[in-house]
Design a protein around this ligand. Sequence first.
Ligand code: HEM
Ligand SMILES: *[C@@H]1O[C@H](CO)[C@@H](O)[C@H](O)[C@H]1NC(C)=O
Length: 216
Amino acid sequence: MHWSVWPCLSAFLLRGVVAANERVIQDPDTKLSFFSTYQPYKLENNKGITFRFAVPDAASSTGFDTVVQMVIPNEVGWAGLGWGGGMAQNPLLVVFRNSNNQGVLASSRWANGHVTPNTYTGATYTVYKAGTKINSTHWQVTAKCTGCTSWTSSGKKTVINPKGNNRFGWAYSLKKPTNPNSATSAIPIHDLGQYFEIDVGKGVNKDFTTLVGKLQ
Ligand code: HEM
Ligand SMILES: *[C@@H]1O[C@H](CO)[C@@H](O)[C@H](O)[C@H]1NC(C)=O
């Protein structure tokens, strides 16, 4: 019987960890303010992925640019973010290191269901050197997205709320993409697909356009 209790207990513990790890950070590399959430995937050894969001002050209800930053353990082959709260019918971001583990690629994808996503041209990512780095334990990527906060699916337009909670989906795989030097590479299925809720408005930047304009 004990084995049926464990999954509930660990799900509960994981959620507790999540709530305790939401905070605003001032990023020294980009000078942007981010609202940050830590999403654990293993309780042992504190393994988890940090997702950070920076948004403009004038973020509008018709869609706005964002800068997203992710901090990812080196054991992870690819990590992903679903902008509309899950896997299907919303813009997907997939990030991975190149073959020599010295650079990070961001790939825009879309899936209509629980099937391998295709390339999605409705969103564009710009990976910045500032805030993108790799050390002995983690890799970190910082990218602007244009087109991630609004999209149309089955004739219905969705826009992310710039001030209030939104649900995001996220996923990770320990395996790398087949050709990690290409943003359109085939990717293996995730080891976990999960969700979090966050108020991206807490990552507000009055001088977003100026600061982002300086990034390379
Ligand atoms: C690479 C090929 C992929 C395949 C074949 C695939 C397949 C699936 C399947 C079968 C499920 C439902 C069963 C389960 O919970 O495991 C699922 C769930 C999920 N996937 Fe994927 N997936 C892929 C890529 C991605 C990517 C790139 C992302 C995010 C960027 C993603 C995000 C999620 C999320 C958040 C869930 C949770 C349930 C949901 O949102 O509906 N998946 N996936
Ligand atoms: C490695 O990089 C990550 C992500 O930038 C950072 O959080 C961590 O402190 C770094 N570790 C060391 C030992 O520098």
